[in-house]
Design a protein around this ligand. Structure first.
Ligand code: FES
Length: 168
């Protein structure tokens, strides 16, 4: 499933290696309240994220990925962080601040990433917004669904960061 052939140690932190080798929350949730499926626009890797939501709390979260070590580690740490959290708190604040904060949730935990891997963490956050949007649609909360769509568009701006760093 993993296409990353880099041996551990080539720019990966211990946290990336640990979460890649022992990913948490892997799998699928049957009859999930929301599902997000993102094809990374930079490399084509796929991330699926499943949520069970109860009374506004992320009760259960799982993921599947046809992605690299950083994508798997990103989803693993992100779901660790959001499981049990109130959605209202995760989405509190201005849209740009929310996107930045959620990506930082991952990157603070994983440490500095190689520039060519900076496009990986945003896919987890975009999949999360997509899963929440699907749930908002089911709940007929059009205002929240529209906001989540906007948040999803803002995440897309983060996919180009590696290129900026490499100056390409
Ligand atoms: Fe594709 Fe990491 S290389 S998501």
């Amino acid at each position: 499933m993993n296409r990353d052939k880099s041996p551990p140690g080539l720019g990966y932190s211990d946290a990336v290696i640990e979460h890649f080798q022992n990913p948490r929350h892997v799998g699928k949730i049957e009859h999930a309240d929301g599902v997000g499926r993102i094809i990374n626009p930079v490399c084509g890797d796929v991330t699926e994220l499943y949520l069970r939501i109860k009374s506004g709390i992320v009760e259960e979260a799982r993921f599947q990925s046809l992605g690299c070590a950083v994508t798997i580690a990103s989803a693993s740490v992100f779901l660790d962080k959001i499981k049990g959290a109130a959605i209202s708190e995760l989405l509190a604040g201005e849209d740009e601040g929310v996107v930045c904060r959620l990506i930082e949730l991952i990157e603070k935990e994983l440490g500095e990433l190689p520039a060519q891997k900076l496009h990986c963490p945003p896919a987890t956050v975009e999949a999360f917004f997509q899963a929440l949007e699907q749930n908002a649609d089911k709940e007929r909360d059009g205002e929240l669904a529209s906001r989540l769509k906007r948040l999803g568009l803002l995440v897309k701006e983060y996919y180009g960061r590696g290129k900026e760093k490499k100056g390409t």
